[in-house]
Design a protein around this ligand. Structure first.
Ligand code: ATP
Length: 311
């Protein structure tokens, strides 16, 4: 495994893997008229992983997912699922489930009815459909027509429909955007359960911390480009610049000597500027009494913001 940080502070992690990736995207570009929404992105998703595609509004997440689901054609480059081009391989829909934004179902059909039929069509018994209705808390809405479902319950239904088939890969565009916290937790439990049975997930979101509990790998994009791709734990450790928060009776003098700042009465100094012995030495020099020294790391949200802001 190689981690390299280039001149633009991008991080790339190259994993030596002898299995074929389930998703392989190479130099993918997409133009909408004169506007370039994807500027040549590359990434892979390995089988059995939960991979999160995270980025702010307009980053290009939906465009990427629409290309993977065969709704859009690339302007240049390629996007492949199981080695096939989704645009010209409708048979992929047997192995891949897509949860895209604004799910559309026949307005007069009822939830339970549709899900039971769907279960039978994919060779599952209708008890399985009822299990998903329960697991996602849809019981009380099971006899409602789609036209009368709230956006969140419609989204739960789309999730149930996707997972019911036990597909090889689930590609989901912000699947939790309309869900309440309890339903989000239920969704992530279902993701982990399906992952244990071998399903791979490629999930987009605005919020990195949202996927923290389930994602193995993170791809961060903004402005049509990939800013970072790495296993979640490596991203956190390689990007987090910790700092020391020092409680002392002479904060100004100590901060000046260490090149730090004073925040809410405490000296804040980046760990790259001083270690514990340097703090001790500086305190002796200015005659300061050290009460406590705490080390504080960057949060995932701070890492995300830092990467997205670097253009
Ligand atoms: P969000 O989180 O807001 O859904 P996103 O990361 O999914 O954003 P995309 O929907 O892929 O971003 O859009 C990427 C860029 O392409 C945006 O600037 C968007 O305005 C533009 N775009 C998307 N679809 C079209 C279209 N059909 N025609 C023109 N521009 C488009």
């Amino acid at each position: 495994m190689l981690i390299c940080v280039n001149g633009e502070s991008l991080i790339c992690v190259i994993t030596v893997n002898h299995n074929l990736p389930i998703i392989e995207v190479k130099n993918l570009k997409k133009n909408y008229g004169g506007f370039q929404a994807l500027k040549g992105i590359d990434f892979c998703v390995d089988e059995g992983k939960v991979v999160a595609l995270v980025g702010p509004n307009g980053a290009g997440k939906t465009t990427t997912l629409k290309i993977l689901s065969g709704f859009l054609r690339p302007s240049e480059g390629s996007a492949k699922i199981l080695g096939k081009d989704p645009w010209s391989s409708p048979e992929l829909k047997k192995e891949v489930a897509f949860i895209l934004d604004k799910p559309n179902f026949p307005p007069h059909v009822r939830v339970r009815e549709f899900l039971k039929e769907a279960a039978l069509m994919v060779g599952k018994n209708d008890g399985k459909a009822l299990d998903y209705i329960k697991l996602l808390g849809l019981d009380q809405y099971a006899d409602r027509a789609f036209a009368k479902l709230s956006a969140g319950n419609m989204q739960k239904f789309a999730i149930a429909l996707a997972l019911l088939r036990e597909p090889k890969l689930v590609v989901a565009d912000e699947p939790t955007s309309n869900l309440d916290p309890e339903a989000r937790a239920q969704f992530y439990d279902l993701v982990l359960g399906a992952k244990r049975k071998g399903t791979t997930f490629f999930i987009s979101s605005h919020v990195l911390t949202e996927l923290e509990k389930v994602a193995d790998d993170i791809i961060i994009m903004s402005d049509g480009q990939i800013r970072a791709k790495a296993p979640l734990n490596e991203l956190a450790s390689s990007m987090s610049s910790s700092s020391f928060r020092i409680t002392t009776d002479k904060p100004d003098a100590l901060a000046e000597l260490l090149g730090g700042t004073v925040l809410e009465g405490k000296v804040v100094v980046d760990e790259h500027k001083a270690d514990l012995s340097a703090i001790d030495g500086a305190a002796k020099k200015v005659g300061a009494r050290i009460v406590s020294v705490d080390r504080v790391g960057s949060s995932l949200d701070e890492i995300f913001k830092k990467l997205v802001d670097e253009k």
